[in-house]
Ligand binder design. Structure first.
Ligand SMILES: [Zn+2]
Length: 510
């Protein structure tokens, strides 16, 4: 009676109580009206009609071997298998009706689990509704539109609890999503993947799959390396996107609350501890106070600590500077040297930052030379708030350094821009006045061309010259706005860059 077909959209896991170490086994599946042959666990009501079948909201035994888990919580099997669950549908009301959960239930469930030491995730998550947006970055969920159906609170729970398996059933459809990551590649240590599986209603006439039998070893018993193995078909996390969007709306506020300095000083502290001898060399009487970089007045895309930074593009982090792939780069290895703190131009940098810029330049020179390329670097200190040194590699056999300089000078002349070669070994700071706009190009040989901007200056000049027929011949990529790539593609390019650059990256050896 209780389990008449289609009546309950619940998922039952077999053998939880009696399982061996290897976990849930495949078992013959049967229904009984008053008892079950094996321990069976169910979620609660999804509508007012069925509330009466669950005498106690917090969980109870419904019949022999049939346990209602309760509104929310964590069930730990004797094997160590951990199953988190949330009963009912999402409700905006507080208190929520008996067949629903609210934001408060979700917050309490998350807090109780996330506060356990070394929390890595749960083995299984059971919810009635699908999580909203679960189909993002994934295979199609058929007729179910995952952007519209499902619960946002369930997405939030799944994102936080990182279940290895998440089951839901309320859409009465079978869907097995490709596994997704719980970490951001290269920026976080690898974690286990999650799998979302939706099952149809029990005994449905269209014979859609409603039972899923599988064997699982509790994560607490697994070898850590085995646990974090990434399958071939793994995708990005479908819930991270919506989190980022949520952050974006808050961004201007956050940016005003001193974003960069915390990160900056933490970094220095760390560095100081690591190199006590270095510290001694510098300050003889009093330890020199780290100079606080200027603060941005609004949101900044390049202050490393700001929420606007696209962290998946970052490929190396030093003490004062970092490297990031250019968004919509001219080439996949078009990279930027950026100060971690908010400096407007090379002229404004303090000596230790300049020192590290120089180190990055020589590391990049070696790196690109090993690939048969030379880099061309340029800076446009004009209508730009945060220093960006654009570094673009050009094949050595493609053109000489004379060719490159000539192209720049010729194309500058066409636009009435006076680009002058400045003597080797002379520094930009000797030619440029602090506070005045300029543009300069530098080759990896140290040769430099300089232009002091007096009126208007074409914003994409450097890139356009490099993209022109005379140099890289990539006119279709001259405009970065037309070179937008998918986030996954950007992340893959950053991954490749970081991997290849590793032997040259002094920041990793520090
Ligand atoms: Zn900045």
């Amino acid at each position: 009676r209780l389990f008449s077909p289609g009546r309950f959209l619940v998922l039952c896991l077999l053998l939880l109580g009696t399982q061996q170490r290897s976990g849930v086994g495949q078992t013959e599946y049967m229904w009984f009206s008053s008892s079950a042959p094996i321990p069976t666990y169910v979620l609660g009501a999804n509508d007012q009609e069925t509330v009466s079948y669950f005498p106690e909201l917090s969980g109870c035994e419904l019949a022999e071997n049939i346990t209602y888990l309760g509104r929310r919580g964590l069930y730990s099997g004797t094997s160590g298998l951990q199953i988190a669950y949330l009963s009912g549908t999402e409700s905006q009301d507080e208190p929520a009706p008996a067949y629903s959960f609210s934001a408060k239930d979700v917050a309490e469930l998350k807090t109780s689990l996330l506060s356990t030491p070394n929390f890595k995730g749960v083995d299984i998550l059971l919810t009635s509704p699908w999580p909203r947006d679960v189909g993002t970055f994934a295979n199609s969920a058929g007729e179910i539109d995952t952007k519209k159906c499902g619960s946002k609170l369930v997405s939030d729970v799944a994102a936080s609890l990182k279940p290895r398996y998440h089951f839901a059933a309320l859409e009465k459809a079978y869907y097995e999503r490709l596994p997704y990551r719980n970490h951001t590649v290269l920026q976080e240590t690898p974690q286990h993947v999650s799998r979302f599986i939706a099952l149809a209603d029990v005994g449905n006439t269209s014979k859609k799959k409603y039972l899923y039998a599988f064997s699982i070893v509790p994560m607490s018993l697994m070898d850590p390396a085995e646990l974090v193995k990434q399958p071939q078909d793994v995708t990005e996390n479908p819930y991270r996107k919506s989190r980022k969007e949520a952050q974006k709306t808050k961004a201007p506020l956050c940016a005003e609350e001193e974003p960069a300095c915390q990160f900056f000083f933490d970094l220095n502290k760390h560095q100081g501890k690591k190199r006590p001898s270095h510290e001694k060399e510098r300050g003889n009487s009093q330890p020199k106070q780290a100079k606080k970089p200027p603060q941005p007045t609004g949101p900044c895309w390049f202050c490393l600590a700001s929420p606007e930074v696209e962290k998946h593009l970052v490929v190396s982090i030093g003490t004062h500077c970092y490297l990031a792939l250019a968004k919509g780069g001219l080439l996949p290895d078009h990279v930027l040297i950026l100060p971690i703190g908010h400096y407007q131009s090379v002229v404004d940098l303090s000596s230790e930052v300049v020192e590290e810029v120089t180190k990055y330049k020589s590391a990049l020179k070696e790196f690109f030379r090993s690939k048969g390329k030379r880099y061309v670097l340029f800076e446009r200190n004009y209508r730009s708030q945060h220093l960006q040194l654009q570094v673009i590699p050009v094949p050595l056999d493609h053109c000489t350094s004379e060719d490159i300089k000539e192209s720049f000078i010729a194309q500058a002349q066409e636009q009435q821009i006076e680009l002058l070669e400045i003597p080797e070994h002379s520094d930009i700071t000797q030619v440029a006045q602090p506070g005045t706009p300029y543009f300069y190009v530098e080759l990896d040989t140290g040769e430099k061309l300089f232009h002091r901007i007096r009126g208007r200056f074409p914003l994409h000049f450097g890139r356009e010259v490099l993209a022109s027929e005379a140099l890289l011949a990539l006119p279709q990529r001259a405009d970065w706005r037309r070179c937008a790539a998918e986030r996954a593609e950007e992340a893959a390019q950053a991954h490749a860059f970081r991997r290849d650059f590793q032997p040259f990256d002094f920041a990793l050896r520090a």
